[in-house]
Design a binder for this molecule. Structure first.
Ligand code: CA
Length: 184
């Protein structure tokens, strides 16, 4: 089975990669497998999209024009445990160790095989799903607001508030980090 994830909606993959041919290749392959994709060329946009879209998984190229890939990893790990697979250049073996130490779940070396990348993505998504929401608890309560992360519901004084998926993700992200500054 090529079912990418346990979500009712397609799993969203954020691709942070400056090389257009690789982005195009990844988009075609991922969408062919039923994933939704969001693409950014720069690390700065990647950080913004990670917060705004809260993807199910991130594919991160370490060699970006504007920011060091390890810095991007570190910043995302300040607030999120979502699966991150890094794309490293051939021969940069030290990068793999550094990336794993910086919080990456896995890596593939360019030029990578798509079946291998897809298998690693499935493994990372399964592992993440088993670990629960991974953010330390499935319910967040802030004053009268209660967010049930597992059920994807938000209530105020027990009354459910109707949210679009984007609004829900944004509220859940902000609530997880209430009192902290998110770095974009
Ligand atoms: Ca690159």
């Amino acid at each position: 089975m090529s079912e990418p994830a346990t979500h009712a909606t397609p799993a969203t993959v954020l691709v942070i990669e400056d090389e257009a041919p690789i982005r195009k290749f990844l988009r075609a392959a991922l969408e062919g497998q039923g994933y939704a994709t969001v693409e950014t060329v720069t690390g700065r946009d990647g950080l913004t999209q990670a917060v705004m879209r809260v993807p199910d998984l991130i594919l991160l190229d370490l060699g970006l024009p504007d920011m060091d890939g390890f810095e991007i990893l570190r910043r995302i790990r300040e607030w999120s445990g979502l699966p991150i697979i890094v794309l490293t250049a051939r021969g940069q073996d030290g990068d793999k160790v550094r990336a794993l130490d910086a919080g990456a779940d896995d890596y593939v070396t360019k030029p990578f095989s798509m079946p291998e990348l897809l298998a690693r993505m499935r493994a990372a998504l399964r592992h993440h799903a088993r670990a629960g929401s991974g953010e330390g608890g499935s319910v967040i309560e802030i004053d009268r607001l209660r967010i049930d992360l597992a059920g994807r519901r938000a209530t105020v004084d027990g009354a459910e508030i109707q949210l679009t998926p984007t609004e829900y993700r944004l509220i859940a992200t902000l609530a997880r980090h209430a009192g902290r500054v998110l770095s974009f």
